[in-house]
Design a protein around this ligand. Structure first.
Ligand code: PEP
Ligand code: MN
Length: 343
């Protein structure tokens, strides 16, 4: 069961609802987004019905949710959520189309700055880049760690682009959040529940990749872990799933975008770089993502992909950017959204 508070509900009113639920023997989890506060109730639903929560000051609605994920379910809120990132308050939601682009991994200050300029030229309003890289091989480059975060912060200062960067360990969440504007949780950690919970407590928006073998329901349950710890500023990211097909790195599950939108009020982005794993597929997959209603893209770009320490073959180079820029500027308005530059 979910209690939806009015947009002008005070924290005393929220506390009063929580107190009444807890006094009756239930648990209440408060989750705050930019535009709404909701309270997830766990316990005896019949008992909750006797509490007259609907009549309490500040309460807009009390909704019984049949889905296993409650706070991220669309059942209690037909209107889609917009998440705002960074001091620039870059929106990710139903009215805009947002491009986050940058290097897969932060390697050097020069490479990161150059990639940020490329990203902006393509219409990006967010900079992506990993300082902590979850690698399949323990012998592969693992990222620069905090030194990489410092590079990202310098590039943010220089370009004004808010930063999206991955955190791979619950113990690093506070450190990464002290630099990042948005925390990324990658496919390999999409069911690392301790990490999801820590990310839910730190007060920064979270970009949650879909686990490469996760069903859509498991993906939404992962988002619920973040929401249950108080944070509703979550953006889902479809990045391809494992299938029998070997021509691409992963299979972009394009149907996941409208399905997730139907089930959840959270925005959904698409990563055409990690799904295809091939530079030549990035623009076609990006167009498909726009057409199917995605709220944005997460794209790898690199000034010198042949020398990239991670994922060179999928990184767009300067020559490819024009086609991406054209797609993200021209196509979203056909679907009622502002172009990427204006996000
Ligand atoms: C990334 O975006 O840098 C990344 C590692 O992606 P994924 O977790 O989807 O593989
Ligand atoms: Mn990568």
């Amino acid at each position: 069961m979910v209690v939806v508070m009015g947009t002008d509900a005070t924290s005393e009113q929220v506390d009063a609802v929580v107190a009444r639920v807890v006094d009756s023997g239930g648990d209440a989890f408060v989750s705050r987004g930019v535009s709404r506060t909701i309270i997830g109730l766990v316990g005896d639903v019949d008992q909750f019905h006797t509490l007259d929560l609907r009549g309490m000051p500040g309460v807009t609605d009390v909704v019984r949710i049949s889905a296993p994920y409650k706070l991220v379910s669309r059942q209690h809120h037909a209107q889609m959520t917009t998440v705002f990132v960074g001091d620039a308050r870059v929106p990710i939601g139903p009215d805009t189309f947002t491009l986050a682009a940058g290097p897969c991994a932060v390697e050097t200050p020069e490479q990161t700055l150059e990639a940020a300029h490329m990203a902006r030229a393509a219409g990006a309003t967010l900079l992506r880049g990993g300082a902590y890289k979850p690698r399949t091989s323990p012998y592969a480059f693992q990222g620069l760690g905090e030194a990489g975060l410092r590079i990202l912060a310098d590039v943010r200062l220089e370009t004004g682009l808010p930063i999206v960067t991955e955190v791979v360990d619950a113990h690093d969440v506070e450190l990464v959040a002290s630099y990042a504007d948005m925390l990324q949780i990658g496919t390999r950690n999409a069911q690392n529940f301790a990490l999801l919970q820590a990310a839910g407590e730190v007060g920064k928006p979270v970009l949650l990749k879909r686990g490469m073998t996760a069903t859509i329901e498991e993906w939404l349950m992962a988002a619920e872990y973040i929401a249950q710890r108080g944070n509703l500023d979550i953006v889902l990211c479809e990045r391809g799933i494992r299938t029998f097909e070997s021509a691409t790195r992963n299979t972009l599950d394009i149907s996941a975008v409208p399905v997730a939108h139907d089930l959840s009020h959270l925005p959904v982005m698409v990563d055409p770089s990690h799904s295809g794993g091939r530079r030549d597929l990035v623009v076609p997959l990006s167009k498909a993502a726009i057409a199917v209603g995605a709220d944005g893209l997460l794209v790898d770009v690199h000034p010198h992909p042949e020398a990239a320490l991670v994922d060179g073959p999928q990184a767009l180079v300067n020559g490819d950017l024009r086609a991406l820029a054209q797609a993200v500027r021209q196509l979203p308005p056909l679907f009622g959204r502002r172009p990427a530059d204006e996000a």
